[in-house]
Design a protein around this ligand. Structure first.
Ligand code: PRX
Length: 679
């Protein structure tokens, strides 16, 4: 692997970056690990405006699972994300809305953003939203979704944004789990030019849930009243309602001088559902002070953010990338941030490149799956675009791999931009490992070095020194060792805590402890394995648990399996991930039917639709194979490692290890034969 010496290759960036050089990174990084309180004290002053300063910087331990940052400090999110920038530069652009239809694009200034957030906040207040209430937001990536998010913290509420592609069943599960009484949605959304029935989907989700107080419906698409129903005493047409709070409206004077709530640093800012290897999706909680601070610091460092930049992250607001790097980090830093509502190939395959040139984006942040997708069209679509405004291009969500890295670097970054491969997760709140433009080394396919406060440790599991197939449920994993040497792989953990670490799982602190903190006391278990090369740079290898990463969307295999078993004719199901050229990983379903005398094609289609309906279209399986039985241990546990080998087209049964402990060794032969037929 070649690494790039930043000083020689990328001279223009070495002037004026947030950190001066690699020496400064090393010095500050060392301080952040050895004297974290001194480090975070300084950064908290530099990045955030506090209503009441804190006296304690951090407390608690990972072992006890009670970490806190700035616990007696108070700050208000509106002031940090909007007000202070509005006061300085009211007419500068805060948000660029690149709507699904490029013709609908528009910009929102800091002044407009502040007005809208205040109006939305007054609406929430009027409806009785109180501190600590959970407000569900089910919307496309649009300015109104951002207003709703920021309005929540304005009144002290906690938002729960649900990805706009999720089904009514998925919404229902989340609304029930979070006991959310307020929902903000759209009448319809537009996706690739097609109408998406947002309100109707919400209606199906909450039918029968009598605790729902209000559903606010933004008219994203005009004149569509016949497409959905409005329930009186519950549903509110948001746009005219907001107008009633403006000058001359019915509620003109109601809460006209409503002040943004001062939040304790440890108050929850939002919850966000994500998938784990077991059980239902879990709501991770992020707090106000520590989260905002690390979001802003990592954004500034990793994207080389400067005044006047136009920064574009292509993610959906419904994921952590959208929360941290479309909304909170850029807004705290006063950076113009782009909301991309569409897809890279709508209305044309040149959409990304059009967006970069049209707005003069200085940073462009997307996922490897999107890069691999646009790569399949070659470089022809790029030929009319200069992309010369770009300084930094970023990748997130899954390992980028050398081929996609090279293509992205050469054709989008024109071999001049820094390509930052940013490794992190919903739980970390902010990037953990990434190159820093102009400061640290780039290496193809590597996320490179840890950011401040992140102390990555590769662990060698006592059970299995070869570290090949880690069984996270085994008790003896308590015996572990930190791998001190380089050129080694291991389980990737983070030693100690950092300000934006998720504090708990809503309603289930035990699950939080058991999943992340108890497996290796004192360490946070990421769920990934990694390789540290001879230069000490990190290469993320992928998940070591039963979590799949499909087009950078995270699904637990058990979540997918439970959805499939809702089909009345299924007895048993196993889902594994298979490598996929564009999606990174694709869903491969093995299924045993009760009654096998059915039309196989029809049944497979029913299973496919069931997954789409219960979870989302992203959960569409690549292959479904019907088998007579699944390979199981005598204790009844499905041997996924065998299935994983088969889906990688390794059909050599002799390489599967000892099958003598299987309850039904013959099942393997049949599965191999059925899978072979597919390819
Ligand atoms: O496996 C890692 C992968 O995505 C997982 C986290 O998924 P999620 O919580 O949905 O957050 C995605 C966006 C932050 C991780 O456990 N992952 C994320 N970024 C990278 C990555 N794998 C390799 N390289 C990355 N840069």
């Amino acid at each position: 692997m070649t690494s790039f010496d930043c000083k020689n290759k990328f001279k223009p960036l070495t002037e004026g970056t947030y950190l001066k050089n690699a020496e400064e990174y090393k010095r500050l990084y060392k301080q952040s690990i050895e004297d974290p309180n001194a480090f975070w004290y300084e950064k908290a002053q530099e990045f955030l405006t506090w209503d009441k300063s804190f006296t304690t910087i951090s407390s608690g331990t990972l072992k006890q699972g009670n970490v806190k940052y700035f616990e007696d400090g108070y700050l208000n999110v509106y002031q940090n994300c909007v007000l202070r920038h509005k006061e300085k530069k009211p007419n500068d652009v805060a948000l660029i809305y690149e709507a699904d239809d490029p013709e609908d694009a528009r910009t929102i200034t800091w002044l407009e953003l502040s007005e809208q957030v205040q109006l939305y906040a007054r609406v929430l207040k009027h409806l009785g939203v109180k501190k600590g209430d959970v407000v569900t937001i089910y919307m496309s990536t649009s300015p109104e979704a951002v207003y709703a998010m920021l309005a929540c913290s304005y009144v002290g509420a906690i938002h729960s944004v649900i990805f706009g592609g999720f089904s009514s069943e998925a919404i229902k599960a989340r609304v029930l789990d979070s006991k959310s009484r307020f929902i903000v949605t759209q009448n319809l959304a537009r996706r690739r030019g097609k109408l998406v029935p947002m309100k109707a989907t919400v209606d199906r989700a909450i039918g029968g849930l009598d605790f729902i107080r209000s559903v606010l419906v933004d008219e994203r698409v005009s004149n569509m009243k016949d497409q959905f129903e409005m329930k009186s005493n519950r549903d509110i047409d948001l746009k005219p309602f907001v107008s009633e709070f403006q000058k001359g409206g019915k509620y003109e004077n109601e809460n006209a001088d409503l002040q943004a709530m001062s939040m304790n640093a440890e108050d929850p800012l939002f919850l966000l559902y994500t998938s784990g290897s077991t059980g239902k999706p879990k709501a991770l909680i992020h707090t106000t002070g520590g989260y905002l601070l690390n979001a802003a610091l990592t954004h500034k460092t990793v994207f080389d953010i400067r005044e006047g930049d136009r920064y574009g992250c292509m993610a959906d607001l419904g994921w952590i990338t959208g929360h941290t790097y479309i909304v909170y980090a850029p807004l705290v830093n006063g950076t113009t941030t782009l909301l991309f509502e569409s897809t890279p190939d709508y209305p044309r395959i040149t959409r990304y490149w059009e967006v970069i040139d049209k707005w003069g984006l200085t940073q462009f942040y997307t996922s490897p799956t999107a890069v691999r997708f646009v790569m399949t069209y070659g470089t022809e679509p790029l030929k009319d675009f200069s992309l010369k405004s770009l300084r930094v291009i970023g990748s997130v969500g899954e390992p980028i791999g050398v081929e996609a890295w090279n293509w992205y670097f050469k054709n989008v970054g024109k071999s001049k931009c820094y390509l930052v491969d940013t490794y992190w997760m919903t739980e970390s709140g902010a990037i953990m490992i990434s190159a820093i433009p102009g400061v640290t080394t780039l290496k193809r396919g590597s996320a490179t070095l840890p950011l401040f406060g992140i102390n990555p440790q590769l662990l060698l599991n006592g059970d299995n020194p070869q570290n090949q197939e880690l069984n996270l449920e085994k008790k003896s994993k308590k015996q572990f060792l930190e791998i001190a040497e380089n050129s080694q792989s291991g389980i990737l953990t983070i030693k100690g805590h950092w300000p934006s670490i998720t504090r708990t799982i809503l309603g289930n602190h035990k699950r939080y402890l058991d999943t992340y903190l108890n497996p290796y006391p004192g360490y946070f278990l990421t769920g990934d394995s990694a390789y540290r090369d001879m230069d000490g740079l990190y290469f993320i290898k992928g998940r070591i648990d039963d979590v799949l990463n499909v087009s950078a969307h995270r699904f637990g295999t058990s979540e997918l399996e439970s959805a499939i078993t809702l089909h009345p004719n299924t007895v048993e199901v196993a889902v594994v991930g298979m490598p996929h050229k564009i999606k990174g990983e694709a869903i491969f379903v093995f299924c045993v039917l009760k009654d096998k005398r059915v039309d196989e094609k029809k049944t497979k289609n029913e299973l496919k639709v069931l997954l789409q309906k219960t979870i989302s279209k992203v959960a569409t399986p690549e292959h479904i194979v019907l088998v007579d039985s699944l390979p199981k241990t005598r204790s009844g546990k499905i041997m996924r490692r065998i299935l994983k080998k088969i889906v990688t087209k390794n059909y050599e049964i002799s390489t599967y290890g000892d099958l003598s402990t299987l309850l039904n060794p013959d099942s393997v032969k049949q599965i191999v034969q059925n899978v072979k037929k597919l390819f």
